[in-house]
Design a protein around this ligand. Structure first.
Ligand code: HEC
Length: 291
């Protein structure tokens, strides 16, 4: 295509414009009519799915029933929120994984604003401003190296962020649902001790995953204290102490859901003592069945 002068380009545009004005279809009512029809179809589809959904479930299905878990259109309702769960691991829907991953890259509190606000804002401004920045009229890719490079890089970066976001491990500090874990994490143990299963990172006392004490030792220390470790016999009931001791003996040094090496020393009391202690000690599995 020969290079046109500004004047030639304007003339060409004006010819095209007057042609379209004479022969083209006007926005109103043509385009408005089409848009209205499509919007009505979408609304009708959503209403249809709602009616189908209601016909399938009727009222609110009971907790744990098949309908609750999944019908043709997905679950009727998700599980009831349990305020006792301290280890809830929030995750976005898949189409937000890229943002999730971006936030994971900028972990430190001072940099968080970069991932959460600054980069997305720059991105939005660029998207809005792009037609004003790139005035290149050429359509041939070889003449548009920057547009081509961006057009290839941006989807790749988004796909990669989405992929890594989907693989992100659970939130650090997530508490497991094992009986005793929530009490360990919420009580004072967490301020002094590191225990991976409870998601605690205290560093006053020994790292329990390394010490891996057996049941009798934890029971003794929690009851009577020793050195820098306070006694808890005035704070907790007997069952609560047994539960904590059983929990620590079972899960210190654990890998994932495989208990630690001293789990057997607690098997007579744990988790029975936790169920007896109740409340925060019982763990989510037990508390769901409780009152
Ligand atoms: C104020 C800090 C503090 C708190 C709170 C605390 N501990 Fe300790 N803990 C220590 C210190 C310090 C030691 C080391 C004591 C020593 O060896 O003299 C220790 C030792 C222990 C040990 C022995 C580890 C080993 O080496 O065998 C266990 C088990 C233990 N704590 C469990 C708990 C539990 C369970 C709780 C919560 C009920 C708790 N601790 C609360 C500071 C604390």
């Amino acid at each position: 295509m020969p290079r046109l002068t500004t004047r030639e380009r304007r003339e060409r545009y004006e010819r095209e414009y007057s042609f379209q004005k004479r022969h083209g279809k006007p926005f109103f009512p043509n385009a408005v009519f089409h848009d209205t029809i499509v919007s009505l179809v979408v609304v009708a589809l959503i209403m249809g799915m709602t009616i189908l959904w209601h016909a399938q479930f009727g009222g609110v299905p009971g907790e744990g029933t098949a309908e609750r878990i999944g019908g043709l259109l997905g679950p009727a309702y998700e599980a009831k929120a349990d305020p006792g769960v301290l280890g809830y691991d929030p995750r976005p829907d898949w189409y937000f994984f890229f943002l999730f991953e971006l936030l994971r890259i900028f972990k430190t509190p001072e940099l968080l604003i970069v991932g959460s606000i600054i980069i997305p804002t720059i991105w939005m401004v660029l998207l809005i401003g792009w037609p004003f920045i790139d005035r290149n009229p050429d359509r041939r890719l070889s003449r548009r190296p920057i547009a081509l490079a961006l057009g290839v890089t941006v989807p790749i970066v988004l796909l990669a962020l989405t992929f890594y976001g989907s693989k992100a491990p659970g939130a650090a500090g997530a508490v497991s649902n094992e009986p005793g874990a929530a009490a360990f994490a919420a009580g004072s143990c967490s301020t002094c001790h590191t225990l991976a299963n409870a998601g605690t990172a205290g560093n006053v006392g020994p790292v329990l995953d390394q010490a891996m004490p057996d049941y009798a030792r934890v029971l003794d220390l929690v009851t009577n204290g020793q050195g820098g470790m306070p006694a808890f016999k005035a704070t907790y009931s007997e069952d609560e102490i047994k539960c904590l001791a059983g929990y620590v003996a079972t899960w210190a040094g654990a890998t994932g859901t495989t208990p630690g090496p001293n789990a057997a020393s607690a098997k007579d009391v744990y988790p029975a003592a936790c169920a007896k202690a109740g409340g925060l000690f019982a763990g989510t599995a037990a508390s769901a069945a409780g009152p």
